[in-house]
Design a protein around this ligand. Structure first.
Ligand code: CUA
Length: 155
């Protein structure tokens, strides 16, 4: 009798653990599905030039403390060619690719974004110090990969 009771308790405990475990796994998988790291949105890679904000890439002030920077990556350059943002403000980078996978990596910072055609990758960053920062591609994207870089000026 006693053994039977214990078995029952363990069985119930086991089922509850399983349910808890499965729901954690499920929730994790679900949220991963909807929010890949950095936050992404989809875009038609063939219509990048006609889709806002990439139809007019560059810096847009959103409010007093926030700026948005739209960047289009393509083999083997970034648009726009010139970028200038203020230090000490939140800069929201939105990057997409017109062709293959690139990266948007700002040297000496933690900004290292994968740029995937069909996706808009978003990353916020605040530059503490003014200066010129090198932006480069560290995903191999073809013959011009090593020449794919630009600069951002923080004032
Ligand atoms: Cu673009 Cu490597």
């Amino acid at each position: 009798m006693h053994l039977h009771k214990f078995e029952k308790i363990w069985l119930v405990f086991g089922i509850i653990s399983l349910i808890v475990f499965l729901s954690i796994v499920g929730v994790t998988a679900f949220s991963h599905d909807h929010h890949p790291s950095g936050g992404t949105d989809t875009i038609d890679p063939k219509k990048v030039d006609q889709t806002a904000p990439f139809d007019n890439p560059g810096v847009t002030q959103i409010d007093e403390d926030t700026y948005q920077v739209a960047i289009v990556a393509s083999a083997f350059s970034y648009a726009p060619l010139e970028l200038r943002v203020p230090a000490g403000k939140e800069i929201i980078f939105k990057v997409t690719s017109k062709d293959v996978v690139h990266s948007f990596t700002i040297d000496d910072t933690k900004v290292n974004m994968m740029v995937v055609p069909g996706q808009i990758t978003t990353r916020a960053y605040t530059f503490e110090k003014p200066g010129k920062y090198l932006i480069l591609c560290n995903e191999y994207c073809g013959t011009g990969h090593h020449f794919m870089f630009t600069e951002i000026e923080v004032h």
